[in-house]
Design a binder for this molecule. Structure first.
Ligand code: PMP
Length: 408
């Protein structure tokens, strides 16, 4: 009998991909916590707030009213109306009903868009550090992610020169995310304008923007989305958003987008053969989120701002660590370059950001994510979506163990 024929072999398209390293690190930290270790997890990209009551109530009411069946493929008429209203009200973008779509999270929207548009070896420009999902979705869709490294000298933002240099005849998309996971840096109008000019010189390149953290910005930062800045982009820009981060609805799974009708209908084809429609109950909740009161968003952003200040100040006070103050999202992306090459009290040398993060978990019981996971080694990401008390304790521990390192 041929034993090998019964062994599972993954498809080529996912052979080199693994489950997100962020999830693996978080799972390991959670397992240690279950064993009784006092682990503080600053790994997950999830608000610690609960979903507001008026949103939960809308879902309960939908269940009671029997809204428990399939809806229109890429969002019920009410869902699409709420999405269109949101884009008009908050972004000044006017989309027709056939120019918006809803799926099971912004992640599915991204997946639909890449699957619907990429041919083998088409290139997608992704400024790094970035949310690693962009790379893997592009690969699953048969495309080639093209990393354009950015560092804190430009606030981790892509410059017009770097964009121009990365464009080839095979470039299909430029992918931008503002405010950014993992750096928290955001593009203002003056940052977008030069990039848009480059795109006008290369009409074959489309723009995909991920605005997931739109409502989490600080210090009066003025959020803008590129499609609203230049009418000419409207024919080749997909604007992606979702309810996960703004409304603390990560588990509900609803993301949405607005863009050219042909692209939106191609995305519906992909969704029709994967998940069909997003959950009917979730759509009722998301409509309540988008239509309902928005004033609590500013209160939440204010409490995230206080946490950001606490984390950034504490990190910058540690010899060997430097951290830029982010404009938004709930992440800091600090350099630990100054500590690479140090030796721990146990005599172990820390040769990389991965070593540094593994050691922090062992020595300080704090879980953070290495910058290498996002395409920039020598750094680490902290998610500060947790209480100030817990953040204070975690940063105190990080500071204590780093002080005990033997520097070269
Ligand atoms: N975009 C970014 C930048 C994110 O960080 C995340 C979640 N980590 C998503 C999209 C996915 O959001 P959703 O829950 O809507 O799939």
């Amino acid at each position: 009998m041929d034993i090998s024929s019964s062994m599972f072999r993954p498809a080529g398209r996912i052979e080199d991909l693994g489950v997100s390293e962020i999830l693996t690190i978080t799972a390991r930290a959670a397992a240690l916590k279950r064993e009784g270790r006092p682990v503080i997890i600053l790994g997950a990209g999830e608000p610690d707030f609960d979903t507001p009551d008026h949103i939960k109530e809308a879902a309960v009411a939908a269940i009671r009213q029997g809204q428990t069946k399939y809806t229109v493929l890429d969002g019920s008429p009410e869902m699409k109306r709420a999405i269109r209203d949101k884009f008009r009200r908050e972004n000044g973008l006017d989309f027709a009903a056939n120019e918006v779509t809803a799926g099971a999270g912004a992640k599915q929207i991204l997946y639909n868009a890449m699957m619907a548009s990429l041919n083998e070896d088409d290139e997608v420009i992704v400024p790094t550090p970035c949310w690693t999902t962009y790379f893997d979705i592009v690969r699953i869709a048969g495309g080639v992610p093209v990393a354009v490294p950015c560092d804190d000298s430009t606030g981790f933002r892509l410059t017009a020169e770097a964009l121009e240099a990365a464009i080839t005849p095979r470039t299909r998309w430029l992918m931008l995310n503002s405010p950014s996971n993992p750096t928290g840096s955001a593009y203002g109008e003056e940052d977008y304008r030069p990039l848009i000019e480059v795109l006008h010189r290369h009409p074959h390149v489309w723009l995909m923007v991920d605005d997931m953290y739109e409502h989490i910005t600080y210090d009066g930062f003025r959020f803008v989305t590129p499609a609203a800045l230049d009418e000419r982009l409207r024919d080749r820009c997909l604007t992606i958003n979702g309810v996960s981060k703004a409304y603390a609805m990560t588990g509900w799974r609803l993301g949405y987008a607005g863009g050219p009708a042909d692209l939106i209908s191609a995305m519906a084809v992909v969704q029709s053969q994967s998940t069909s429609c997003p959950s009917s109950v979730t759509q009722a909740a998301a409509i309540a989120a988008l239509d309902g009161p928005q004033d609590f968003l500013a209160d939440r952003a204010a409490s995230f701002a206080a946490r950001r200040d606490l984390v950034v100040d504490a990190l910058n006070a540690i010899d060997g660590i430097t951290c830029r103050k982010p404009e938004g999202a709930f992440y800091t992306f600090a350099s630990c370059e100054g500590l690479i090459g140090s030796t721990t009290t146990e005599g172990v040398r820390l040769d990389s950001d991965r070593d540094f993060c593994a050691w922090l978990l062992d020595a300080a019981n704090v879980a953070v994510v290495p910058g290498a996971c996002f395409g920039l080694p020598g750094c680490f990401r902290i998610s500060y979506a947790t209480s100030e008390a817990e953040l204070g304790e975690a940063l105190g521990r990080i500071s204590d163990v780093c002080r005990a390192l033997r520097r070269n």
